[in-house]
Write a protein that binds this ligand. Structure first.
Ligand SMILES: [Zn+2]
Length: 423
C-alpha cells in the first residue's frame, strides 16, 4: 500500500472513530439501567433519614445542627467543612462570625445532601444563598470550595434527592382559589423548568420518604385515617406504579433495596377477633415495578413476636435494630447483621445505650448511629465487616447540645437574629 493510500485509510479510520465518539449513545451522560451507580445516582442508603448524610470516595459528609462536617474514611474523625483561617466554626459565639463559617448551613425541612460526579450538593434554605421563599441547591468541590447555586426549589419542599441529573422533591401548591394539591416534582440539575412527575391522590395527603433506584422513584403517600400507600414512578416513561396499599400504621414503611429488588414491610391489620395481633406484617421483596412478591424467610406474622425489631437493608445485607421507642434509652441498644435466613452473624458490643432515631445504613464500609443525650449529640460509625462476630463502633463526632441547637433564624429580608444566650 502506498503512503498516500495508507494516509487516506488512516484518516478515514480516524473520522470513523471521532464520529463514534460523538454518537448520541456515547454522549449519554446518565445511565438508563436498573443498576446502582454511585457517581450519578442518589445514595439511597443515606436517603430519607432525619440526619443528612452522604458518601464520597474519601469520606462522609454529615449535617449536625447547623454545621456541615466531613468524616475522613481512614481516621473516621469529623471536622467542619471549612478552610477559613482562624475560623472557630461551631465554637463561635458571635452570630456574624458563625454565619461567615463555610461549614454553616441553617437547618432545612428539605434534607438533601448528595455527592455525585465529584461534587457535593447541599440544600441551603437561608438567604445567604437563595432568594425569598426558595431553597438553594449549592454545588461545591469535595473540600467545600468553589460554591455555586445550581438550582432553586420552593422552600415548602419537604423531601429532596438528586438522581441521574435531576433534583426531585415533594411539594404542596395552592391554586388561585387556594385549593391545595401536592405532588413530586423534578428540575434538571443544570437548569430548567420544573416538571410534575407524580400527582398526589389522597384527600389531605402528602408525600414523604423519597428514594430513587435505577429508573424508578419511590415514595410513601400518607393521608389521615391511617392510610399509607407505597407508590413508584418509572422515571423514563412516567408510568405510575401503585405498589402497596398499607392500611395500618407502623413505624417503618420506607422503601429499601436488596440485591436490585424492592424491599419493604407489608403491614395489614390483625384479625378483628384477635386484637393483640393488630399490626401484622411480613418483610417482602418484589421486582422494581412492584410485581412478583416474595416473602423474606424470616418474616413475622404477628407484631407481638417481633415487636422490638426492625429489619432494613442497605442494598446488600439485612440489618436488625431495636425499634427506637421514645424513652427507650435505658435499655441496651441492639444492632445486628443477619444472613439470608435471618440468623445473627454479628452484633455491636453489649452495653451501648443509644437513643437512636434510625441508623443510617451507609455503603460498603460503615454505617452510622446517632446518639442523643441531654448534654450532647454524637455520631458513631459501625464497621460493617465483623471481627469474630463483633461490629466495631467508633465515635466520629460529639457536639454539645447548645452547639447543636443554634438560635439563629433568618427573617424574610435575609436578616438574622443574634445567637440567643445559651444555657
Ligand atoms: Zn469555619
Amino acid at each position: 500500500m502506498g503512503m498516500k493510500k495508507l494516509c487516506a485509510v488512516l484518516a478515514f479510520l480516524l473520522l470513523c472513530l471521532s464520529m463514534a465518539a460523538c454518537s448520541p449513545k456515547e454522549k449519554a451522560k446518565y445511565p438508563t439501567d436498573n443498576v446502582y451507580h454511585p457517581e450519578t445516582d442518589s445514595h439511597f442508603m443515606y436517603a430519607g433519614y432525619d440526619v443528612q448524610m452522604t458518601e464520597s470516595p474519601d469520606g462522609y459528609y454529615v449535617k449536625m445542627g447547623d454545621t456541615l462536617y466531613f468524616i475522613d474514611k481512614k481516621t473516621l474523625q469529623a471536622s467542619p467543612l471549612c478552610g477559613k483561617p482562624n475560623c472557630r466554626h461551631q465554637d463561635e459565639t458571635e452570630s456574624e462570625k458563625l454565619i461567615a463559617c463555610d461549614a454553616f448551613f441553617t437547618s432545612s425541612d428539605c434534607p438533601c445532601l448528595e455527592f455525585q460526579n465529584g461534587y457535593l450538593y447541599v440544600c441551603a434554605p437561608d438567604r445567604l444563598f437563595a432568594p425569598d421563599a426558595q431553597t438553594a441547591i449549592v454545588q461545591m468541590k469535595p473540600d467545600g470550595t468553589e460554591r455555586k447555586v445550581v438550582a432553586t426549589i420552593p422552600d415548602t419542599a419537604v423531601d429532596c434527592l438528586i438522581h441521574r441529573g435531576y433534583i426531585y422533591y415533594a411539594d404542596r401548591v395552592f391554586s388561585e382559589e387556594m385549593d391545595a394539591s401536592y405532588g413530586i416534582y423534578r428540575v434538571p440539575l443544570d437548569g430548567g423548568e420544573k416538571e410534575l412527575i407524580m400527582p398526589g391522590n389522597l384527600q389531605g395527603g402528602q408525600f414523604s420518604n423519597l428514594r430513587a433506584y435505577g429508573n424508578y422513584l419511590y415514595t410513601l403517600e400518607v393521608a389521615s385515617e391511617e392510610r399509607f400507600d407505597l407508590r413508584g414512578v418509572n422515571l423514563l416513561t412516567g408510568e405510575q406504579l401503585p405498589i402497596l396499599d398499607v392500611a395500618d400504621e407502623l413505624d417503618e414503611q420506607t422503601p429499601y433495596f436488596k440485591d436490585g429488588k424492592l424491599f419493604t414491610i407489608l403491614v395489614h391489620p390483625g384479625e378483628p377477633e384477635n386484637p393483640e395481633e393488630t399490626w401484622c406484617g411480613e418483610y417482602v421483596l418484589s421486582d422494581l415495578e412492584g410485581k412478583n412478591w416474595e416473602t423474606v424467610p424470616f418474616s413475622f406474622k404477628s407484631r407481638e413476636e417481633n415487636a422490638n425489631y426492625i429489619i432494613v437493608s442497605d442494598g446488600k445485607d439485612y440489618w436488625r435494630y431495636t425499634l427506637p421507642y421514645m424513652g427507650m434509652s435505658e435499655k441496651p441498644y441492639l444492632f445486628q447483621k443477619l444472613d439470608e435466613k435471618g440468623n445473627v452473624v454479628a452484633s455491636i458490643p453489649d452495653g451501648y445505650h443509644i437513643s437512636v432515631m434510625m441508623p443510617v445504613l451507609g455503603g460498603e464500609d460503615h454505617m452510622f448511629l446517632f446518639n442523643t443525650t441531654e448534654d450532647y449529640h454524637e455520631i458513631l460509625a459501625v464497621n460493617k465487616q465483623p471481627e469474630n462476630g463483633e461490629l466495631k463502633v467508633q465515635t466520629c463526632l460529639r457536639v454539645s447540645t447548645d452547639q447543636f441547637y443554634r438560635a439563629i433564624t433568618f427573617d424574610r429580608n435575609g436578616d438574622y437574629d443574634q445567637i440567643a444566650d445559651r444555657g
